[in-house]
Design a protein around this ligand. Structure first.
Ligand SMILES: O=C(CO)COP(=O)(O)O
Length: 254
C-alpha cells in the first residue's frame, strides 16, 4: 500500500511570526480533525525550519520539508543550503525540481539527478517535481516530456533507492493560475507515469510509488482529484498558506 501524502509548498511566503502561527494552527486542526493515516508535509522556507520544529513535537502525522537543496555536500556556494545541513536539523523531506526552480534557476534533469542522490544519501525523501508547459501540451509532446524528466532525473537509482522517492506531477500551466488540471487529465498523466516507472522498475515498485498532483489544487477540487486511482495526494501551493483551507485539503485525501 502506497503512502497518501498532502504536502504544502509555502514557496517564498510568510514572516517568522506568520509561519509560527500557521504551523501551530495546522498542527491543532490536524490533531483534532484528521483521523486517516495521511502524511502531511509542510515545506516552509528553510530559514524557519529549526524554529518551527518544536511546534510539531509529538505530532506524528506532520513532517517538515525544505523546498530545495544544493547538489554538493558543502563548499563555496554562497547562499545555498545542503542536504547534510537539512539532515543535521532533522528534516525528512525536500522538494526537488520544482518548475519554478527549473524556470528561474535553470535547473536541469542532470543536475536534479545529483540533487536526488545527495538528498537520498542524507536520509531525505525527495519530492521530485515534473510537469509540462501549456505549449508542450498543445503540441502533444507533454507525455514524452514528463516521462523524460523521470528517466533523466531518477532512473539511475536502484529499486531500493527509488522506493524512497515521491513524485509530484505539476503541470506548469496549472500552477498559481487557478486553472486546475481536470481530474481526468491528472489521472491520465499519473497512470502514464506509473506505467513508465513499471517499465523500468517493475509493477511492484510502481504500485508502491506515491504520485502527488499539484497546480491550483484547493478545498473545492481536492476531493475529486484525490479520488482518482493513481492520484495519491497533492503538492499544494496557495491553498497551503491558510490553515483552514489546507486542513480541508488534507481531509479530502481519504
Ligand atoms: O507549485 C505548486 C506547489 O508546488 C502549486 O501551486 P498552486 O497550488 O499555488 O497552484
Amino acid at each position: 500500500m502506497r503512502k497518501k501524502i498532502v504536502a504544502g509548498n509555502w514557496k517564498m511566503n510568510k514572516t517568522l511570526d506568520e509561519a509560527v502561527a500557521l504551523v501551530s494552527e495546522v498542527s491543532n486542526m490536524i490533531k483534532d480533525e484528521v483521523t486517516s493515516d495521511v502524511q502531511v508535509v509542510l515545506c516552509t522556507p528553510s530559514l524557519y525550519l529549526t524554529t518551527l520544529k518544536p511546534y510539531l513535537e509529538g505530532q506524528t502525522r506532520i513532517a517538515l520539508g525544505a523546498q530545495n537543496c544544493h547538489e554538493k555536500a558543502s563548499g563555496a556556494y554562497t547562499g545555498e543550503i545542503s542536504a547534510p545541513m537539512l539532515k543535521s536539523i532533522g528534516i525528512s523531506y525536500v522538494i526537488l525540481g520544482h518548475s519554478e526552480r527549473r524556470q528561474y534557476f535553470g535547473e536541469t534533469n542532470a543536475q536534479l539527478a545529483e540533487k536526488v542522490n545527495i538528498a537520498l544519501a542524507n536520509g531525505l525523501t525527495p519530492i521530485f517535481c515534473c510537469g509540462e508547459s501549456l505549449e508542450q501540451r498543445q503540441n502533444e509532446i507533454h507525455l514524452d516530456f514528463v516521462r523524460t524528466q523521470l528517466t533523466e532525473g531518477l532512473f539511475h537509482l536502484s529499486p531500493e533507492q527509488f522506493a524512497n522517492i515521491v513524485i509530484a506531477y505539476e503541470p506548469i500551466w496549472a500552477i498559481g493560475t487557478g486553472l486546475t488540471a481536470t481530474s481526468d487529465q491528472a489521472q491520465e498523466m499519473h497512470e502514464i507515469l506509473r506505467k513508465h516507472i513499471a517499465s523500468h522498475y517493475g509493477a511492484e515498485v510502481a504500485d508502491n510509488t506515491t504520485i502527488l498532483y499539484g497546480g491550483s489544487a484547493n478545498e473545492k477540487n481536492a476531493a475529486e482529484l484525490f479520488a482518482q486511482p493513481d492520484v495519491d495526494g497533492g503538492l499544494i501551493g496557495g491553498a497551503s498558506l491558510k490553515s483552514r483551507e489546507f486542513t480541508t485539503v488534507v481531509k479530502a485525501n481519504k
